[in-house]
Design a protein around this ligand. Structure first.
Ligand code: GLA
Length: 731
């Protein structure tokens, strides 16, 4: 008999059910990376569970012995450790996947069929585990991609069925993890505009802790989708076992952390199913976004260095590439500028010594001019009054000043006071019969609509077409979604999912046409950063709050998850600190300025110009080096962190006073990390303010052992509240 797709299906299904009678053999499937192992196991009843997650063992055969060492109470169901828990059958805990079949039945049981492992390159492997329901024609493939050197894994699933009609997915998480420890400590984040990445760390208690977002766009504003869980005790920078998790999805997400009756922890992460039951057609494949995790048995520092390496090598657009320093005009002018004023700023850009001028909000719209945030969003023609000769003149002027030119857009949004809103009311996300509710006086465009996707693509594409020399885009997103309703969408419960897919379609199209141009991911601050978005962006804007004291804390927390090459940090007039402090803080990320250069005092300007030269020489270390957080601002008077190149021959230490109390300062030496104990190093203070001198003797050298055992005192105190030190190995 010729095997068609249909007969092939019947054949393999028959084999599968025949096999059901007999108990299968246990299949143990370890995913090993340099330091760790995540071990799946299909048991004799074909349930696929997680039997081990932790340090890698020398002998692969011993993974299967791990569960036998735990004398916990009975797992009544036999599926408590499910790799992808279902509902309606035996599972007693939070499901990853919950469905209603075409006949109205709510049960799902996913059983092991087979698995395969592929080596994608010398560092990357992909495991696929095929699962199938023995009763319904319903299948799931679990994927686990792993990067050996970086200990990073991404997990996701593909869900499909061939039932005779539609199946509803009520919950469709990307993946589950299952951990065993004596206690679990969750570090999670919360925030709002201008106070992103506020940490909270607490012991998980029994039941479910959910970290989620229902904001639609700007989804991370109140709670970002990154977290970490320490096992047995809170991990420190250098000690303890800690798992970092993050969902690669720029919309509503949900992470459930469930501590069960046997004191094991189940972590389930995926798209938030809030208001989003998904109708899956026969043959359609639903691919969930990737859940990213990295495990470290050597504390938080090792975990973040691994993650940074992975992000730069494999995820962030141009992660190993260079970045442009810039002067932004947002805080210098807000909406109040014209061509002449910008021409002056272009001269200032050159004078300051940065690579690029970034023109912010306010350059567009005519019928409803963009003179404040009440009007104009959506109308992307240059404002004739402010810019009678258009952007092109400014780009030329920039070239004459030997600087590059970049521009701000917020293409997903619309002000009700705009021509776009008048012309395309059905492009706007809103409930037609209910009052509109605004976030920053604006509404969100319906990116689930392909016509809107074309429009949004066109906003950026037109700018590049008209101005091929345009060198940078700041892509903003300042509103959340209220009254979620899309006029052209057949199934409203697909809206939140299809919005994000629509956004990615646009970004993919843009990147196909403009693969390398740097783009900043902004969302009124850091309301949108995640690793799915960073595939299309070279950097993100952590917060509109640029008060350097606040930034030290925020950048510190972001640094657990994102490398400095991706973190834009600008010197502005926020905060009361001197320009040196502000610049020193911005230098720990991707440096930019947003100040009125012509208002700077002579020495301040001179300082900035020299700091930019120093940054030019140190940026390979800051962007690509290993980061060691030496002293946290949360529990020290002086926050201190070090970047060190791979050869451990060059580094830079940033030290900031974060406490103004009497005699607060670096009383004790600060122990450096990561150096070569046997090498000798000189330490030279850089970013020394003109007219002052450093007390640090740069001709002296110290052994790496000394610097890591005794430490070095940068002498941070009142009046010397930030100190930047360059470290060099002596040949
Ligand atoms: C957001 C951004 C700012 C600035 C303004 C412009 O708030 O985060 O940096 O671009 O929009 O309106």
């Amino acid at each position: 008999m010729k095997r068609t797709r249909a007969t092939g299906w019947i054949f393999s299904t028959a084999l599968f059910f025949l096999a059901q009678g007999a108990r299968a053999q246990t299949v143990t499937i370890p995913v090993e990376t340099r330091n760790n192992a995540l071990v799946f196991q299909a048991d004799a009843n074909r349930n696929v569970g997680i039997v081990y997650m932790g340090a890698r063992l020398q002998d692969k055969n011993e993974y299967a012995l791990a569960t036998g060492m735990y004398k916990q109470t009975s797992d009544y169901s036999g599926v408590a450790n499910a790799a992808y828990a279902t509902s309606g059958t035996r599972n007693l805990f939070e499901p990853a996947l919950s469905v209603t079949h075409v006949d109205g039945n709510n049960s799902l049981d996913l059983q092991y069929v087979r698995h395969e492992s592929k080596q994608l390159d010398n560092n990357t492997s992909l495991l696929s585990i095929y699962l199938k329901d023995p009763v319904y024609n319903f299948e799931v493939t679990l994927f686990c991609k792993s990067w050996f050197n970086e200990d990073v894994t991404e997990q996701w699933s593909e869900i499909k069925h061939n039932e005779k009609g539609k199946v509803t997915l009520h919950k469709y998480a990307s993946a589950g993890l299952y951990l065993k420890a004596s206690s679990y400590w969750l570090r999670q984040y919360h925030g709002d505009w201008a106070r992103e990445m506020q940490p909270e760390e607490a012991k998980l208690t029994h039941g479910i802790k959910t970290v989620d977002s229902k904001l639609g766009t700007r989804a991370n504003l109140f709670q970002p989708s990154v977290f970490m869980v320490s096992l047995d005790k809170p991990a420190t920078e250098d000690e303890g076992t800690v798992l970092y998790g993050a969902l690669e999805w720029s919309g509503n997400f949900r992470v459930d952390l469930e501590l069960d009756n046997r004191d094991n922890l189940r972590i389930m992460a995926g798209i938030n199913n809030y208001a989003s039951p998904y109708t899956l057609q026969p043959g359609e494949v639903f691919t969930t976004p990737a859940f990213l995790s990295v495990l470290s048995t050597k504390g938080k520092g090792a975990a973040s260095r691994q993650l940074h390496n992975w992000a730069r090598n494999y995820k962030i657009l141009d992660g190993k590439g260079t970045r442009l320093t810039l002067l932004n005009n947002w805080e210098a002018t807000y909406f109040d500028f014209n061509e002449n004023k910008l021409k002056e700023l272009l001269k200032d850009t050159r004078k300051l010594g940065v690579d690029l001028f970034l023109l912010d909000d306010g350059w567009f719209a005519n019928k409803y001019p963009r003179n404040n945030d009440n009007a104009g969003l959506g109308d992307w023609g240059e404002n004739k009054k402010k810019l009678p000769n258009g952007i092109a003149t400014l780009v030329q002027e920039a070239q004459q000043n030997q600087v590059k030119f970049g521009i701000w857009v917020e293409p997903e949004m619309v002000n009700p006071k705009s021509e776009l809103y008048e012309q395309h009311p059905d492009w706007v996300v809103k409930q037609v019969s209910r009052p509109e509710h605004y976030f920053r006086n604006q509404l969100v465009l319906d990116l689930s609509n392909p016509a809107v996707q074309d429009f949004v693509f066109g906003v950026v594409d037109n700018l590049f077409t008209k101005n091929p020399a345009l060198a940078y885009i700041k892509w903003d997103c300042n509103a959340v979604i209220y009254n979620a309703h899309a006029a052209k969408l057949g199934n409203q419960s697909h809206f939140y999912v299809q919005y994000v897919q629509g956004l990615y379609n646009v970004l993919k199209r843009l990147r196909a046409k403009y693969p390398t141009v740097p783009m900043m991911l902004c969302s009124g601050g850091g309301g949108r950063v995640d690793y799915a978005a960073l595939q299309y962006f070279t950097e993100f804007w952590p917060s509109d709050n640029t008060d350097p004291l606040e930034r030290i804390f925020m950048q510190w927390e972001y640094s657990y998850f994102y490398p400095s090459v991706s973190m834009s940090a600008h010197v502005t007039d926020w905060g009361k600190q001197p320009i040196k402090f502000r610049t020193d803080v911005a230098m720990m990320g991707k440096l930019g300025f947003d100040i009125v250069v012509s208002h700077l005092k002579e020495k301040d300007l001179q300082f900035c110009q020299e700091a930019l030269k120093t940054y030019e020489s140190l940026k390979p270390v800051i962007w690509q080096g290993d980061q060691y957080r030496l002293q946290s601002p949360a529990d020290h008077d002086v926050a201190s962190l070090l970047y060190l190149n791979e050869a451990r021959s060059r580094g830079v230490v940033f030290n900031y006073l974060v406490n103004n109390r009497y005699e607060a300062g670096s009383v004790l030496p600060i122990r450096l990390k990561g150096l070569d104990a046997k090498k000798r190093y000189t330490l030279k203070e850089v970013n020394v303010f003109p007219g002052t001198s450093s007390g640090i003797d740069s001709s002296k050298s110290y052994s790496g052992e000394f610097l890591m055992t005794v430490g070095f005192n940068p002498d941070v105190k009142q009046g010397r509240n930030s100190v930047v030190i360059e470290i060099k190995a002596v040949d």
